[in-house]
Design a protein around this ligand. Structure first.
Ligand SMILES: Cc1ncc(C[n+]2csc(CCOP(=O)(O)OP(=O)(O)O)c2C)c(N)n1
Ligand SMILES: [Mg+2]
Length: 619
């Protein structure tokens, strides 16, 4: 059965716009008794048809596969095979990330014996009340398709169903085929056609003409229309179509995290990031806008700043989205279709419509005002330790237009969203659907595998680094060079700042010793000694080329040296934990205790209650 599955996967192709490519670039795997003799043996036997990649951690390999799929605009991915038990449950976080970010990955966890011969087999969860349960059931809520293959012939419909979901742009996400370890090894007479080359077409559906006409009427009737562009614009390769529509109409464009790169940062109609981590340019436009055209966005909480970003009492949403589910959000006028194709027909329907000249001019001014703010934060000359914004500025200025920056959690995603000057649609890769600490290095690996011609700059906080740095080893083993900038502020600066804002003094967010063993992990106002952790030495021990820096000048030199290095580089730089990038007229709803013995919390609750008043429902 496993041999049949691997042969089948090697023969799956996708085609969009006449370009055909293999869907699976290979299979990541960590072997154990639950897959070594089944899928493992099949991968060895068909190594030429389906390349195998070793990984260190199952969660990390799903991250790498997701990042690969994102870099390839969801038209190619990798499969991930694991043993049973902990190998399988390690997939859960990766699967959630893939599904939430709508990225295709195929998960092949081993499963307990279908025969129930060995029972309980090593690592089996025993459920006295339900004989059909295994730990793999925890993958169900995070999978867009789940199946357990309890008979070998069942793989035929299951594999076809898996491919349909993985290649469907509206439904895609993690797909799990749980493979009981005995069934993996069973023989079966499969129909020869199962192994034929199969091409899955990724089409470009457009909404009915009448709907497009009505949407155009809504847009033409608006005073201050704006566009919010999400990841769908980039996956659909619609950035040129978007730019053309913006230029013809004068409608400015703001970007979500996944949509950053939709417009080059210096385009006069580019307002940059919108929402909780938005720019003053985009957030001011959002406050006034009476019609918001969402393109390929799932309208996350950050994008709407917890539904406070859009304050015009008459605001309406028109949503272009390939997924009906997303197109209807905020009671949007739904244009269900591919972003590229739908922007094309909408542009036609808008005819010669243009916003008034003053609004166009206002956007242009907002763009250049914002860029001055970026420049200020890039060149703070803060000391003795540099500010994080200067580190981002140094990497941005050093990197080429097509290089890729990657990040996922901590204080950097927000700073990058605001400050990174994006010059290429595939140059910005911040995973903020699940914002997973530990994605950074594994994701960087996946990006480099997908685009070896680009330099990949992994921006990694010390917290994220400690959570998962294992794929440095894989990058060395496979020769995929990453430049990892390890930004060290002795703990969780993002959550520390959030904690202070909710009245809790950064409790539990600093990497410090307990002080006198008193109140548990002390707050930042009463800190213990800094921990003697040497992350640079840790990276060197894994085999990376390590450079220690303590200023932006040294960082610049190290980046220069890194380009000449032949293997993964880790540049360590400490930054001032308290020199953060401000918010620009935005809010994020993090509930503060309604009652507390702490005065700081009572005060924070008052501010919170006040801010919440601007939350809306968009009905
Ligand atoms: C796996 C995981 N656990 C917890 C969190 C919540 N969280 C968000 S940011 C953060 C701290 C990140 O620390 P670090 O990487 O050092 O970045 P910094 O905040 O210092 O910029 C935490 C704990 C998360 N996003 N992911
Ligand atoms: Mg940190």
């Amino acid at each position: 059965m496993a041999q049949a599955l691997v042969r089948f996967l090697a023969n799956q192709y996708v085609e969009r716009d006449g370009r055909e490519q293999r869907f699976f670039a290979g299979c990541f795997g960590i072997f154990g008794h639950g897959n070594v003799a089944g899928v493992g043996q099949a991968l060895q036997q068909y190594a030429d048809a389906m390349p195998y990649y070793q990984a260190r951690n199952e969660q990390a390999m799903v991250h790498a596969a997701s990042a690969y799929a994102r870099q390839k605009n969801r038209l190619q991915t990798l499969a991930c095979t694991t043993s049973i038990g902990p190998g399988a449950t390690n997939l859960v976080t990766g699967a959630a990330l893939a599904t939430i970010n709508r990225l295709p990955v195929l998960l092949l966890p081993g499963d307990i014996f279908a025969s129930r011969g060995p029972d309980p087999v090593l690592q089996q969860l025993e459920a006295a009340h339900d004989g059909t349960l295994s730990v793999n059931d925890c993958l169900r809520p995070v999978s867009r398709y789940f199946d357990r293959i309890v008979r070998p012939e069942q793989i035929v419909p299951a594999a076809l169903a898996a491919m349909r979901v993985l290649t469907n742009q509206a439904e895609t996400g993690a797909v799990t085929l749980a493979l009981p370890q005995d069934v993996q090894a069973e023989a079966c007479d499969y129909p020869e056609e199962f192994f034929d080359q199969r091409v899955w077409r990724v089409g470009r559906p457009v909404p009915e003409a009448e709907l497009v006409e009505d949407a155009a009427i809504l847009i033409r009737g608006a005073d201050r229309p704006m566009i919010v562009s999400g990841g769908g614009t980039i996956y659909s390769e619609a950035t040129e179509a978007l730019k053309r529509l913006a230029e013809r109409t004068g409608i400015p464009v703001a970007e979500t995290q996944a949509g950053k790169g939709s417009m080059p940062y210096d385009h006069p109609l580019a307002l940059g990031a919108v929402g909780a981590t938005g720019t003053s340019a985009a957030n001011r436009a959002a406050r006034e806008s009476d019609l918001v055209l969402g393109v390929g966005t799932r309208w996350s909480d950050f994008t709407t700043a917890s539904k406070t970003a859009f304050q015009n009492p008459n605001v309406r949403f028109v949503n272009i989205n390939v997924a009906d589910f997303d197109a209807h959000k905020h009671v949007g006028f739904a244009l269900v279709g591919d972003a590229h194709a739908t922007l094309g027909v909408l542009e036609g329907a808008l005819g010669g419509y243009e916003v008034d000249a003053e609004y166009r001019e206002q956007s242009k001014r907002a763009n250049s005002d914002w860029d001055r703010e970026v420049e200020r934060l890039y060149t703070l000359a803060h000391g003795p330790l540099p500010a994080q914004s200067e580190v981002l500025g140094t990497v941005n200025s050093f990197s080429g237009p097509e290089d890729v920056v990657v990040c996922a959690a901590g204080s950097m995603p927000g700073d990058l969203h605001k400050l990174w000057r994006t010059r290429d649609p595939k140059g910005y890769h911040v995973e903020y659907g699940y914002s997973t600490m530990g994605y950074e290095i594994a994701g960087g690996l996946g990006i480099k595998m997908a685009a070896p011609e680009r330099e990949v700059y992994v921006m990694c906080g010390d917290g994220s680094y400690l959570m998962m740095n294992s794929e440095i080893v894989t990058s060395l083993q496979e020769g995929y060079k990453l430049t990892i900038v390890l930004v060290d502020n002795s703990g969780f600066s993002s959550i520390g700042a959030l904690s202070r804002s909710v009245g809790s003094q950064g409790f539990g967010t600093h990497y410090r010793y307990r002080k006198n063993g008193t109140i548990g992990l002390d707050s930042e106002e009463n800190p213990g000694e800094v921990l003697p952790v040497d992350l640079a030495a840790n990276a060197a021990s894994l085999g990376a080329h390590v450079m220690r820096t303590s200023s932006v000048d040294e960082l610049r030199d190290a980046l220069k040296k890194a380009t000449a290095a032949d293997r993964t580089v880790v540049i360590h730089i400490p930054v001032d934990r308290y020199e953060g990038v401000p918010d620009y007229e935005s809010f994020w709803d993090v509930p503060v205790a309604e009652v507390s013995e702490m005065d700081t919390v009572v005060a924070a609750r008052k501010v919170y209650a006040q801010n919440r008043r601007s939350e809306r429902r968009y009905l």
